[in-house]
Design a protein around this ligand. Structure first.
Ligand code: GLN
Ligand code: ZN
Length: 776
């Protein structure tokens, strides 16, 4: 056992930073409201780091990870560490690093995206925040570095070095984790045409090298450099950049652990195994099929870190299976091995084993970051040969994994049978769009350029308070229903007064477009505290989809019927689509995602049928996450797009020809997936376009998108009320590429984050814009 102790090491690539009780969120928001000063905010950060390192130490990890903590975003911190804040912010010597960071993250007052250069006279030109985008295929959003030929780097190492000192003082042995130089450049953006951001590599590498020297001098032996782009289809120039970067950095005084995750290495496998670093981390959850090859190919003197515990999902690890794998790999590696989670634990909740929202059986199946640390501990001790010491804990884990596998709660025979017996044409409407369209027009009698909204209306403090009171049990069903119906009526009357053509009920009863359905569908559970950071202080609480999905009763019909009863105008039924439910939940890992999506689709199909039977003539099935479900590797795109579009069609196609199906998409660039969007065969798609100035529509036009389309004419994420002229301009731009007969007029997305006055004002102008288009 003695030598094994030195030969098996455990670590994590990163740990959730928001805190077990979202302490970081609270501190940030209090700071922004002016209720907390900078010293207190920094103290919260220090306390969280300390607590999280202590947990890592207790779990017997060989290193605590430093550098994964960030008050807002780790890429933002890296921008500051490397001294490449975009010059458009015109920071002066009086701006503290913290103020600079928040200015980049959140923009400065009255920001516009076309900020001018720094002027000596006007020091505070308002600046838009850095762009934010999804971190690979996760729901975490990072701030996008901005690069230009004028970008300079200058190391600002003190904040990071101070964190290293904090860890050493604990005392603990720090491993510093940072995004590597090539992924850093890759994930940034340049707005300068004809210039390649890779040109900055030679300027960037010396700064990384300097940093490594400073870290080594501070007592750091291992530095983990994340290069997740190793899991992408890379152009040759980027692979060359990786070669060049690690050749330069191999001279450093610390040992480098190169980390890849989220996606198989495939054609980058040989490269990853040959870059001159001291260790390589691979994701053995997303790419188990490559593990053995890596273990053989990686030179024997290097460390192999195996990410065997799922860092992207909440299920307890099958430790027997993990141990078997690790033992095989260890044998290939001459007995030496590092064991870890597949990726940073940032993407899972802090803890789940005591979550108050989940029953004891479910809790026993789950592992948040904290429980995953314990799993690492168990694996390490088992690999040390301490069988007696871990026997009991292993048995408990084994029992929980087995219980989940055989639980009656997971299986629903009726669902399985329905899926097995799916008629081949279940995903087809009875007639093609060309035939449906006139029938729908006959039923709905809509004007040219019909107007509608995306679904939600302002979620006022009163609405939130009412939902919260009901959750606490402080409000009975009748009182709750009464308040919600008053809100629905208010939304309907408002839309009638504004003269909108297709109305919505406003979604007052929905806390969240996924959680709402998760609460009503069987096979889903909602945790009380399973929060995951989305960006900055924003967290999401994805529901846990643990079993076969079915719909015990109708979910939206009563509310929709009530709304339709108030008006002669058509009211849209509103559903969240199967792919978005899948994408924004923690889903089961014991069957393909496709199967889960089809189960969701069948449940939604029944809801669609019930809505139609209740007299609803227009049904919208939102799929904002359709694009983000794309696998990281292009070779896997066709298969995904195929089942994703099919799942949507299965949900949608239960209806008669004269019932109109809408879908809605946002948050993405859709050019890559246009054929699949067309294959969804929705009668109308409403889509976010205003922020890109309708650029997207050129692609829809060139593709000759056949069905109805409502390009968003204004950005709902800003409180600014656009003018009628602006909206007209965007619609004319749309009209230049899409035939008028196909066009709808609507905002970019739902209005739930807006207040009533600006909502009414904007919609009034939008309806006015549509009227003027009709008159023209
Ligand atoms: N129907 C939803 C709403 O209006 C759509 C939200 C979304 O696209 N993210 O709120
Ligand atoms: Zn949207």
């Amino acid at each position: 056992m003695f030598t094994e102790i030195f030969m098996i090491k455990t670590h994590v690539l990163g740990f959730p930073r928001i805190g077990a009780q979202r302490e970081l969120k609270q501190a940030l928001e209090r700071f922004w409201r002016g209720e907390l000063d900078e010293t207190a905010l920094q103290a919260t950060g220090r306390a969280l780091r300390r607590r999280h390192w202590q947990r890592q130490r207790e779990a017997g990890l060989d290193f605590v990870t430093v550098g994964d903590f960030a008050l807002y975003d780790q890429v933002l911190d890296l921008i500051q560490l490397l001294g490449c804040e975009p010059s458009r912010f015109c920071f002066g010597p009086d701006d503290s690093p913290l103020r600079r960071a928040f200015a980049m993250a959140r923009g400065t007052q009255h920001a516009s995206s076309d900020g001018e250069g720094c002027s000596q006279h006007e020091t505070s030109q308002p600046q838009a925040a850095l762009e934010m985008t999804k971190w690979f295929d996760t729901n975490y959003h990072y701030l996008v570095p901005e690069f230009a030929p004028t970008t300079r780097f200058a190391l600002q190492a003190e904040p990071l070095l101070a964190q290293v000192d904090e860890a050493i003082a604990l005392p603990a042995s720090p491993k510093v984790a940072l995004l590597g130089p090539v992924s850093f450049l890759f994930l940034g953006k340049s707005k300068v045409e004809g210039w390649e951001r890779l040109d900055l590599l030679e300027a960037l590498l010396p700064v990384y090298a300097q940093l490594l020297t400073r870290l080594a001098a501070r007592g750091v032996t291992w530095v983990q450099l994340d290069e997740p782009i190793l899991g992408l289809d890379l152009a040759p120039a980027w692979r060359d950049a990786l070669r060049r970067a690690y050749q330069v950095l191999s001279g450093a005084d610390c040992e480098l652990l190169l980390a890849s995750y989220f996606s198989p290495l495939e054609d980058n496998l040989a490269l990853a195994c040959t870059l001159p670093v001291a260790g390589l981390h691979v994701d053995a959850v997303r790419a188990p099929q490559e593990l053995e090859q890596v273990a053989r190919q990686l030179p024997p003197e290097r460390e192999l870190s195996v990410g065997i515990i799922d860092g992207r999902n909440v299920w307890r690890t099958d430790l027997d299976a993990a141990l078997a794998t690790l033992q095989r790999v260890r044998a290939l590696r001459g007995g030496r091995l590092w064991v870890s989670a597949s990726c940073s634990l940032l993407h899972v909740p802090y803890a789940l084993s005591a979550d108050a929202g989940l029953d004891a059986e479910l809790r026993s199946w789950l592992a948040g970051a904290d429980e995953k640390l314990d799993e690492l501990r168990l694996l390490q001790r088992a690999l040390w040969g301490d069988e007696a010491g871990v026997a009991e804990a292993l048995a408990r884990s084994r029992a929980a994994v087995a219980a989940r596998r055989t639980s009656a709660r997971v299986r629903n025979v009726a669902v399985a049978r329905r899926l097995a017996e799916l008629p081949a044409d279940l995903d087809r409407r009875s007639s093609p769009y060309a035939k449906r369209q006139p029938l729908q027009q006959h039923r709905l009698a809509l004007p040219e350029y019909p107007t509608t909204t995306i679904g939600s209306f302002p979620q006022t403090a009163e609405i939130r308070a009412t939902r919260a009171a009901r959750r606490r049990g402080a409000l009975d069903d009748a009182a709750y229903r009464g308040t919600m119906e008053r809100e629905i009526e208010r939304a309907v009357r408002c839309q009638e007064a504004l003269g909108l053509d297709v109305l919505v009920h406003g979604e007052a009863e929905r806390n969240d477009m996924v959680e709402y359905f998760g609460e009503l569908l069987a096979g889903y559970a909602i945790s009380a505290n399973g929060w995951v950071q989305s960006y900055g202080s924003r967290c999401v609480k994805p529901p846990v989809l643990y079993g076969d999905v079915s719909r015990p009763q109708a979910m939206t019909v009563d509310w929709t019927r009530f709304a339709q009863g108030l008006t002669d105008k058509p009211v849209k039924g509103m559903l969240t689509g199967p792919v978005t439910l899948l994408q924004w939940s923690f889903v089961r890992d014991d069957q393909p995602r496709e199967t889960t999506a089809l189960q969701l689709a069948l449940a939604l199909r029944d809801e669609v049928a019930d809505l139609e039977a209740a007299g609803i003539a227009v049904i919208q099935i939102d799929e904002p996450a359709f694009r983000e479900g794309l696998p990281l590797r292009r070779a896997q795109w066709p298969a995904y797009l195929d089942w994703a579009a099919r799942a949507f069609r299965i949900a949608a196609s239960a209806v008669r020809d004269d019932t109109q199906i809408h879908t809605h998409m946002c948050y993405s660039e859709f050019n890559d997936v246009l054929p699949a969007i067309a294959a969804m065969d929705a009668d109308v798609i409403t889509i976010e376009t205003s922020r890109s100035d309708m650029e997207l529509l050129a692609a829809f036009g060139a593709f000759r998108y056949p069905n109805g389309i409502g390009p968003g004419v204004y950005d709902v994420h800003s409180p600014r009320v656009p003018t009628t002229e602006e909206m007209l301009r965007l619609m004319r731009k749309a009209g230049a590429v899409i035939p008028a007969a196909q066009l709808w007029v609507n905002p970019d997305c739902g209005l739930k984050t807006r207040a009533w006055p600006e909502t009414e004002a904007a919609l009034r102008r939008m309806v006015d814009a549509a009227r003027r288009l009709r008159a023209a």
